[in-house]
Design a protein around this ligand. Structure first.
Ligand code: ADP
Ligand code: ASP
Ligand code: MG
Length: 407
């Protein structure tokens, strides 16, 4: 018999009726003779509401206390499911992050899992218990409650699956798999039967929130087969696995968009060695992750330096840039929050040429101006005006032949 980890996201546990549906699916697996560990998210919208509540108390909630608050969302659903399973005469037990020994660092709000002590879960499974674990939360070495960043229950699930050497980690959500583009943006998107870890990593990092990026990192590192599927339908979803020759033959697997970044430009800074480092070092020291960077030289020994940062860090990044800009004699510091990054991803890009040109032409046909370009071996991203994000996704999806035939 096997060991299956099943994770249910926010919409899948949105109310008691849906939790009943989760219980039915869990029991079905258990009755097949398999051991079952269930990871739950908070009910849809609850984490957002808790954040709003904290902001009503203060604009800058203490990060430790905010995590204590946010963890209650997952505590609620885990307790309700375990209660329901017990009422159905199944031996179930709920565990919070610290009880499941999910050890993290101390980065409140965005903690990383360091290790998972599996003794308690293994003992419970040995006694044929269904173990229900509250996702999204862990605890640091001092016993403080931490949370893993938005969408973090995916990472709880895959990390627990890796630690237990589970046969599969099933991610149950409100779509029936990973699509060639967000099906809520692109009606012609197709469900992928399989996707490689590397492609999923890129897509998750570029806006496909169907899996949190760290969950894919864990899956790849520990070779955990991940099955993304619907909570509401029985059919197979998408397997996230190692790449094979078949996958290499497809140039573009998916199109993504991301509106979570903002752009900062330092105008007319001296075009000389050390200037980029001078600007970007304090940004990095503030814990702000810079994504795209571009430099446009002018005549007269001056250059414009433009880079993007997460929107959440925008204000702080502008303040730092203004301080450095003053020191190095920048003519101005400009900011723009109305940008989006659209990207195409595919392992087949490694061996095909002309893909970038095809992407730029597709955007040009729609009169969409490209502000910045970044690439990796298996991805090309363009920063464009935010209002064109959806149009760009659909145009690229069609240009690379990804559209569903019958729509
Ligand atoms: P959950 O609450 O179950 O964790 P999420 O809302 O975090 O669910 O993730 C599922 C959502 O991810 C879908 O509703 C869909 O809009 C979005 N999504 C974005 N890109 C993709 C994609 N390429 N394939 C499938 N879903 C995607
Ligand atoms: N409840 C958390 C969130 O909304 C974690 C998760 O759902 O994965 O981000
Ligand atoms: Mg999610």
């Amino acid at each position: 018999m096997g060991l299956v980890v099943k994770k249910f996201g926010g919409t899948s546990v949105a109310d008691v009726e849906r939790i009943r549906n989760v219980a039915r699916r869990v029991v079905k697996e258990y009755d097949r003779g398999n051991d079952v560990v269930v990871i739950l998210s908070a009910m849809a919208g609850v984490t957002d509401r808790l954040i709003q509540m904290a902001r009503q108390v203060t604009d800058t909630p203490d990060k430790r206390e905010l995590d204590v608050l946010l963890a209650t969302g997952e505590q609620t659903t885990a307790a309700l499911l375990a209660m329901l399973l017990k009422a159905m005469d199944y031996p179930a037990v709920s565990l919070l992050g610290f009880q499941a020994e999910v050890r993290t660092d101390t980065a409140f709000g965005n903690a990383r899992i360091l290790n998972i002590g599996t003794h308690r879960i293994r003992d419970l499974l040995k006694n044929r218990h269904i173990v229900v674990v509250a996702g999204f939360q862990g605890c640091d070495a001092q016993g403080n409650i931490t949370t893993l960043g938005r969408g973090g229950s995916d990472t709880s699930a895959v990390a627990i699956a890796a630690a237990l050497c589970a046969d599969v980690c099933e991610i149950f959500t409100d779509v029936d798999g990973v699509y060639t583009a967000d099906p809520n943006i692109c009606k012609k998107a197709r469900k992928l039967p399989r996707i490689s870890y590397d492609e999923m990593l890129e897509m998750a990092g570029l806006g496909a929130k169907v899996l949190q990026i760290r969950s894919v990192e864990f899956a790849k590192k520990y070779n955990v087969p991940v099955h993304v599927r619907s909570s509401f339908k029985e059919e197979e979803g998408t397997m996230v696995v190692n790449a094979d020759a078949d996958m290499e033959s497809v140039v573009v697997t998916g199109v993504t968009s991301n509106k979570n970044e903002a752009r900062i430009t330092l105008k007319q800074v001296p075009d000389q060695p050390g200037i980029a480092a001078k600007i970007l070092t304090p940004i990095g020291e503030a814990g702000i992750v810079v994504d795209s960077i571009i430099q446009n030289p002018h005549s007269g020994g001056k250059t414009d330096l433009t880079f993007t940062v997460p929107k959440a860090d925008y204000r702080q990044a502008v303040e730092i840039s203004e301080a450095v800009g003053g020191e190095i004699g920048a003519q101005a510091v400009l900011g723009d929050e109305n940008i989006a990054k659209v990207s195409i991803t595919g392992v087949g890009m490694r061996s095909h040429s002309g893909v970038a040109a095809q992407m730029f032409s597709a955007l040009a046909r729609e009169n969409i101006n490209i502000m910045m370009i970044t690439t990796s071996e298996i991805r090309i991203s363009c920063v464009i005006e935010e209002k064109y994000a959806e149009l760009a996704v659909r145009a690229l999806h069609s240009a690379f032949g990804l559209d569903q035939e019958d729509s």
